[in-house]
Design a protein around this ligand. Structure first.
Ligand code: ZN
Ligand code: ZN
Length: 373
């Protein structure tokens, strides 16, 4: 009889019965290993957390007093004979893939990842494994990212022309990851960078963690509007269309997101400019990352899971769609699902998001034994 798989998909999250821990659980558990500090992965209410040390201050800022153990990439932690090691996921600062090994059987949980080096997150590293649990947020061929240098050239040119035309510049990206990536790639000879409070709080947490970021100026009621108009305003998605944003009129408003690759997305966000910039892997990135693991089975957790799973099976992978918190497959290009980070920014004050619809994974997780690399 096949022994129980090392990792299984339960209604609380990805579970290791042998090690008695969960990975990115969405219901309160005793022992949680966290891939990264985004709200759809790092929930409030667990007894013990394990995460990368660069996630520490953001986790404290977002979740309050938690019992947290932090590790470096490559540092092994033993849990009841199961070894747990974090590897860079390249998604945001401190993001990790979780490698789990027991008696020679290796599983890797990707969390969210991207394969392009963004210059601020530790670059993604493929990890060999038997079983790879992967996201596929942008698992459609329409999603092909340009090198970020090209995108930031567009951003800086747009900012410069706004200054010349007397327009304020508002650039929107979610507060952990995108905001810092934008900040580090702006041409600061054009002007200063002003920040919305949600973003500045995250910047401060990262700086407490030793991350060196370009200088920013928090916008307060005392900040002179004329000054702000000459600079660039970094704002979270939740600020779009609010009185806070309207007070900078006239402005040009740019939105940075992978969803900007599809027609209509810019219009739906009422943006003047859409910049195709994502912290998730694009189509080629996903396939190359999955291939590089050498895995025997791949499980797709969120994104265009159904069509991407079908495609992977067609090209020879043994791919399985699993239903996680994000398992509703409404990822058709005309209706992109909201991403978790934006969800967080929209509900930044609500730390315990209840009543999420959860459908546990279907079967087909048998027979994990007897594998070899
Ligand atoms: Zn994320
Ligand atoms: Zn996510």
């Amino acid at each position: 009889m096949a022994r129980k798989p090392l990792l299984e998909f339960t209604e609380k999250g990805i579970y290791c019965d042998q090690g008695k821990f969960y990975i990115d659980p969405w219901k309160p558990v005793d022992d949680a290993v966290i891939t990264h500090a985004h709200a759809d992965h790092a929930y409030w209410g667990h007894k013990h957390y394990l995460a990368h040390h660069l996630s520490r201050e953001v986790l404290y800022y977002r979740l309050g007093e938690i019992q947290l153990q932090t590790v470096e990439y490559g540092e092994r932690v033993m849990k009841n004979g199961v070894s747990v090691t974090l590897y860079p996921a390249g998604h945001v600062i401190g993001s990790a893939q979780i490698r789990v090994e027991y008696k020679g059987e290796i599983w890797v949980v990707s969390g969210d990842y991207k394969t392009e080096d963004d210059g601020i997150s530790t670059p993604f590293e493929p990890v060999r494994c038997h079983h790879f649990i992967s996201e596929c947020t942008f698992g459609m061929p329409v999603y092909q990212w340009k090198p970020q240098a090209q995108i930031f050239e567009d951003v800086n040119n747009w900012w410069r022309s706004n200054v010349n035309n007397g327009l304020a510049t508002v650039i929107v990206g979610y507060s952990l990851g995108k905001a810092q990536r934008i900040l580090q790639n702006l041409d600061l000879s054009i002007g200063k960078v002003y920040t919305h409070g949600v973003i500045e709080n995250t910047n401060e947490a990262l700086r407490r963690n030793g991350v060196i970021l370009n200088p920013t100026h928090r916008i307060t009621i005392d900040t002179p509007k004329d000054e702000v108009r000459k600079g660039i305003i970094l704002a979270p998605p939740s600020s779009v269309g609010t009185p806070w944003m309207r007070k900078f009129q006239p402005y040009s408003f740019g939105y940075c997101s992978g969803w900007m690759a599809i027609r209509g997305a810019k219009r739906r966000r009422a943006a003047d400019r859409g910049f195709i910039l994502s912290d998730h892997a694009d189509w080629d990135g996903l396939i190359s990352a999955i291939d590089a693991t050498g895995c025997e089975k791949v499980y797709l957790t969120h994104g265009y899971t159904a069509s991407f799973t079908r495609y992977l099976n067609e090209i020879g992978f043994d791919a399985h769609e699993v239903h996680t918190l994000y398992g509703d497959d409404e990822g058709a290009p005309s209706q992109p699902p909201p991403d978790g980070e934006e969800f967080y920014d929209a509900f930044a004050s609500n730390k315990n998001i209840e009543n999420q619809k959860v459908s546990p994974a279907g079967g087909d997780l048998e027979g994990a034994g007897g594998l070899f690399l």
